[in-house]
Design a protein around this ligand. Structure first.
Ligand code: IPE
Ligand code: IPE
Ligand code: MG
Length: 246
């Protein structure tokens, strides 16, 4: 039996977040350029998005470029930006066919203008799709996002639009870039590293973490299904004891 058949559709994670890591090492292991790894990573992303629509996962949020990734060699940064532009433009038709809405979080204004324009166009073109929301985290840093949220709340208090006591988990969450989505129940990191790398720190407070040695270009929808099956075997106690759960 494949992993897909083992999934309990009634207990799916609504939101899955992925740190797509290992592209460079995957390519280097085969004596190829890192760029080949990134290009192959796009194939994995397409397959995984399809996997989400196959089973009914409503939100998929992928770490595509971190704020820290700006510190890579300029050639690699440029290549990633070009790959981003060509991919979003090429994928609009498929996204629409599969009823997937494209969304982006992060410091989008820091991206090259062509990226910003094409991203906006792709988001507009797919805005009415309802089966799954694919969010690209671009120039994203969780600490940046949390500081932004704090600043927005402080400004509202200063302008007299809210009281300090109105600052709570709910009003704070509403200022995060993920405000329109539920928190991810499952976070997957490929590529063998056991760290979060400044991704969705607030949102994964109670998320289930799944680490795999599989490099991102080798990670396909069947691997996603395996992660979902693993997630469904876990007991999410949220601080309670087993006997209290139903
Ligand atoms: C993840 O793969 C993709 C991005 C960060 C853009 P890496 O490029 O980090 O690949 P490794 O981790 O060096 O193998
Ligand atoms: C995290 O991967 C960012 C993305 C996958 C886009 P990195 O490869 O940049 O993270 P570190 O350097 O291993 O923490
Ligand atoms: Mg990496």
């Amino acid at each position: 039996m494949g992993f897909k058949e083992q999934i309990d559709i009634s207990r799916l994670p609504e939101h899955i977040a992925i740190i797509m890591d290992g592209n460079g090492r995957w390519a280097k292991n085969q004596g190829k350029f890192r760029s080949f790894g990134h290009e192959s990573g796009v194939v994995s992303l397409k397959d995984v998005v399809e996997g989400c629509t196959d089973v009914g996962v409503k939100y998929l949020t992928v770490y595509a470029f971190s704020t820290e990734n700006w510190n890579r060699p300029i050639e690699e940064v440029n290549l990633l930006m070009e790959l981003l532009i060509s991919t979003i433009n090429a994928e609009i038709v498929t996204l629409n066919k599969n009823n997937v809405r494209l969304n982006a979080i992060g410091d989008i204004a820091s991206l090259p203008q062509k990226c910003i324009d094409d991203l906006k166009n792709a988001m507009d073109e797919t805005a009415k799709n309802t089966s799954c929301t694919l969010t690209l985290a671009l120039s994203y840093s969780s600490k940046w996002e949390i500081v932004q949220a704090a600043k927005k709340l402080a400004a509202q208090v200063k302008e007299g639009k809210m009281e300090i006591d109105d600052i709570n988990e709910s009003s704070f969450s509403s200022q995060l870039t993920t405000h329109s989505m539920p928190d991810p129940e499952l976070l997957i990191r490929t590529g063998g590293e056991h760290r979060i790398s400044n991704y969705l720190l607030w949102q994964i407070a109670y998320g289930e973490l799944y680490f795999t040695e599989t490099m991102w270009p080798d990670f396909m929808k069947e691997d996603l299904f395996e992660a979902i099956v693993d997630y469904q075997k876990r007991e999410r106690r949220f601080g309670k004891i087993s006997e209290q759960l139903n």
